[in-house]
Design a protein around this ligand. Structure first.
Ligand code: NI
Length: 275
């Protein structure tokens, strides 16, 4: 089988027009089998939990409550060997082909949708999570470690939405304890009419811009849906003009609290002289 390492001029033109692209595998079945074992290990170890890097993206993230949408930020911190994978090189090469040779990037996060109970990822634009004082030109590459289907939670995109401004978001369900964001009062019927599902082969990728509106359904299948998300980004610029993302300012998540406490522990251990 041939591995995808770049895009054709037609694919690039489609991406620029529509704001998303679906491609075939960027890695081998052998690497995918290895990736699944690393992925399952770090989720089982609850890697990063104590420092707020592993949490329930879609829920209130209380201790002892089963997460319906577990996420690990920067999973390569807990499994550095992930950075050695072919898929990292190929994802970055595709990102550069789409937005420019000077783009930098790598693995961003891992989102797991457990079989049967994995929750939907509501409609959002990735930029809504970020610093509103900066202007972005970036892409996300979303790679499932098994087949991605409508039943197990493949991504859906609204064509052309990368040209929209940032819409009003809120924490999922309006609950300030939840890290995940969703469009505020989306017109579900309208979005369903406009959106395009992108099922993928194992190791395939979808690519989307920082403003492309996207969604993933719940996992109603009998198999876990594992996905790794990589990013490629041109240097940010100051945002021209003033804007705020109040939906991030109101969040009070257990994740952020664990991150704060971990930083506090690091600070204290530096200040305590060794005995
Ligand atoms: Ni997203």
């Amino acid at each position: 089988m041939s591995i995808i390492t770049t895009v054709t001029p037609e694919q690039k033109a489609f991406f620029e027009e529509n704001g998303f692209l679906a491609l075939g595998p960027i890695t081998t079945p052998e690497e995918l089998a290895w990736l699944r074992s690393v992925y399952d290990r770090i989720f089982a170890q609850r890697a990063g939990r104590d420092e707020g890097m592993q949490f329930d993206l879609g829920g209130s993230d209380e201790e002892g409550k089963e997460a319906a949408l577990p996420q690990i930020l920067s999973p390569h911190k807990y499994a550095p060997e992930l950075n050695e994978g072919e898929f990292v090189k190929n994802a970055l090469s595709i990102g550069r082909a789409l937005i420019g040779d000077t783009a930098s990037g790598g693995i961003g996060h891992a989102i797991f949708k457990p079989a049967g109970i994995g929750a939907a990822t509501p409609w959002h634009q990735d930029e809504a999570y970020w610093d509103p004082t900066l202007q972005y030109n970036s892409v996300s590459l979303w790679m499932p470690l098994q087949e991605a289907t409508v039943e197990n939670g493949c991504l859906w995109f609204v064509p052309g939405s990368h040209k929209w401004d940032i819409k009003t978001h809120r924490p999922i369900g309006g609950d300030v304890r939840v890290h995940g964001l969703e469009l505020h009062e989306p017109d579900q019927d309208e979005l369903t009419r406009l959106a395009v599902p992108c099922p993928l082969e194992p190791g395939g990728v979808t690519v989307h811009y920082n403003r492309t509106l996207h969604y993933a359904g719940p996992n109603t299948s009998g198999i876990p849906r594992r996905a790794l998300i990589l990013g490629a980004s041109l240097p940010t610029q100051p945002y021209p003009g003033h804007r705020r993302f109040p939906w991030n300012e109101i969040k009070q998540t257990p994740r952020a609290e664990r991150e704060r406490q971990a930083a506090e522990r690091r600070r204290t251990s530096r200040e305590t002289p060794a005995t």
